[in-house]
Design a protein around this ligand. Structure first.
Ligand code: NAD
Length: 265
């Protein structure tokens, strides 16, 4: 086996309690990292900390918070720095599907909630990393966007989600250019459909029949490469690569990880 890529390094993972964040937290720990596990759901985050404990004692550190809460996030970044002595990488991954329904019947507050969590949380995750990474002489930030809003626009009714995911890619490219002088890299990953708990966060307003467009998938299915949804580990591998020094010349990139799904629809 090759040498662990994150020996002695510290990584923050947001949305670490489930799905893609959990899979990435486990991989970072397996690669030698200490991991700050940020999530809204204390129980899930604690359970992932338990899994990290089995990999290496003391490698996980939980903060239960909302990623769009400025004060809680600033406090948590400081706490990770105090606990592990620095910060090398951030996986800004927490997100929700949020409001789903016709734009005509959507309230601004419903639209805004998805933007606050997905875009606001990502903004804070990047902003707060800068002073710690400058101190380290560099770092890597990976943001979980989506094929939705970037290469795929067929998730009818999910206009807030797709807007937030498009915004993440634009923001990451702006940040990549701005932060290159500090040797901080910023990249986005755009997963297709992945088997996680994200559907629990959909808030459908019951009027989807007004805007539905029946989609007929091509013979052979809608997942050309794997035949089914992707797995969180398949996305986590990409996140770990981008956070590692193997990707030292990669910044401002947006990489699709969808088994070819968005080539079809
Ligand atoms: P998930 O629901 O399994 O995990 C997301 C985690 O984020 C949960 O543990 C949840 O508690 C946490 N979270 C939600 N809101 C939060 C907040 N405000 N503050 C802190 N934590 C919060 O979902 P997932 O699929 O692993 O989602 C991770 C990311 O992947 C999201 O940004 C999502 O948009 C993106 N994504 C998912 C898919 C997919 O098909 N699953 C596809 C493309 C992109």
């Amino acid at each position: 086996m090759s040498a662990p890529r994150f020996e002695g390094r510290t990584v923050i993972v947001t949305g670490a309690g489930s799905g893609i964040g959990r899979a990435a937290a486990l991989k970072f720990a397996e690669e030698g990292a200490n991991v700050g596990l940020f999530d809204l759901d204390a129980e899930r985050a604690e359970s992932v900390r338990g899994e990290l404990e089995a990999i290496r004692a003391g490698s996980g550190f939980v903060r239960t918070l909302d990623v769009s809460d400025t004060e809680a996030m600033a406090d948590a970044y400081q706490a990770v720095n105090d606990r592990f002595g620095g910060l090398d990488a951030v996986f800004a991954n927490a997100g929700i599907n949020g409001a789903k329904g016709p734009i005509e019947h959507m309230e601004l507050a419903e639209f805004q909630k998805t933007i606050d969590v997905n875009l606001g949380g990502m903004f804070l995750s990047v902003k707060l990393a800068i002073p710690y990474m400058k101190q380290r002489g560099g770092g890597s930030i990976v943001i979980t966007s989506s094929v939705n809003g970037n290469t795929r626009f067929s998730s009818i009714g999910m206009s807030p989600y797709s807007t937030s995911k498009a915004g993440q890619v634009a923001f990451a490219k702006m940040a990549a250019l701005e932060l290159a002088r500090y040797r901080i890299r910023v990249n986005t990953i755009c997963p297709g459909a992945i088997s996680t708990n994200i559907d629990e966060t959909t808030e459908e307003n019951g009027r989807m029949d007004e805007i539905a467009i029946p989609l007929e998938f091509p013979r052979g299915g809608d997942h050309p490469l794997a035949g089914s949804h992707g797995q969180p580990e398949e996305v986590a591998d990409l996140a770990v690569y981008l956070a590692s020094s193997e990707a030292r010349h990669v910044t401002g990139a947006s990489i699709t990880v969808d088994g070819g799904e968005s080539l079809l629809f």
